[in-house]
Design a protein around this ligand. Structure first.
Ligand code: PXL
Length: 280
């Protein structure tokens, strides 16, 4: 069984970060190692979450695993709380990167043009250092603009602006830059990407469901990571992750009991397993 490491916070209620990454990667048949960076009572879309910082646990966990010679097919990082955590995560990249270890960074820090509550305005420049060490980065439009210190282009950024942002992101260093939450010219909603080595743009979308939702970036990044590690090409993994994420949003929009702080990713796990070819 392939082993994936994911490093991000635990929001005890909120259906984001580790509480979606772990079930999604496990459902995809991958051994999932976790490094929790912090424990919050809820995600930061709720007022006044508690926050227990676990920064000082990062080095000893890494050192223990190095002694035990653990290997990982991928390291996938999400929400991180500070510049120091970025440096400590870069130490994980250095310690465990081998031929074939995919380094995937979702620079989860903003939405709607604004940094999440609690972040220092200097944090995007720290997250940029982590992106420079990755092979694949998955920012949304807000995060892409912040990483490049450019103005937020709005939810419906035009294709030229998206391509401009992708080119800028590619100069940070990752081979693949993917912007999520893009509305395409035909009205579909999905991602746009750029492969720096092949100088190639690509994009994909599904019919837009008019519902504002949280945690969908984490669902997308987790499903993408799992499908990619299972052997899907980058583009096929991105497309299937996009179809799954859109299904989660649609499921919630049709569920009269859906919560307003997250989407029904659980109900759509069978669909993810079908997309992965695990079940018929
Ligand atoms: O879904 C991204 C995310 C992850 N972790 C925490 C968050 C958020 C988004 O608000 O607050 C703690």
């Amino acid at each position: 069984m392939k082993r994936v490491l994911t490093i991000q916070d635990i929001s005890c209620i909120g259906k984001c970060s580790l509480t979606v990454a772990l079930p999604i990667l496990s459902a995809l048949g991958l051994e999932t190692a976790i490094v929790p960076t912090a424990v919050l009572s809820t995600h930061t879309q709720f007022p006044h979450p508690t926050f227990r910082d676990l920064t000082e646990d990062l080095p000893p966990i890494r050192e223990h695993w190095q002694e035990l010679k653990f290997k990982f097919s991928a390291i996938y990082t999400g929400y991180l709380g500070s510049a120091r955590q970025v440096d400590l995560v870069l130490d994980y990249f250095k310690a465990f990167k081998e031929n074939g270890t995919a380094l995937i960074v979702d620079p989860a820090m903003a939405d709607g043009g604004k940094l999440y509550a609690g972040f220092d305005p200097s944090f995007p420049s720290d997250m940029k250092r982590l992106c420079a060490g990755a092979e694949i980065i998955l920012p949304n439009l807000s995060e892409a603009a912040l990483l490049l210190d450019e103005p937020y282009p709005g939810e419906e950024a035009d294709p030229d602006t998206v391509r401009h942002l992708l080119k800028g992101l590619s100069e940070i260093g990752a081979r693949y830059s993917i912007i999520t939450g893009v509305t395409h010219a035909d009205g579909t909603f999905g991602f746009s990407g750029y492969d720096r080595e092949d100088d190639r743009f690509f994009s994909f979308g599904t019919p837009k469901v008019p519902m504002k939702s949280h945690g969908t970036g984490d669902i997308f990044a987790s499903a993408f990571t799992g499908l990619y590690v299972r052997g899907f090409s980058i583009e096929e993994a991105l497309k299937a992750a996009s179809v799954y994420t859109a299904g989660c949003i649609r499921n919630s929009s049709e569920d009269p009991e859906h919560v307003d702080y997250a989407v029904n990713f659980e109900a759509e796990l069978p669909n993810l397993l079908r997309l992965a070819g695990i079940i018929a």
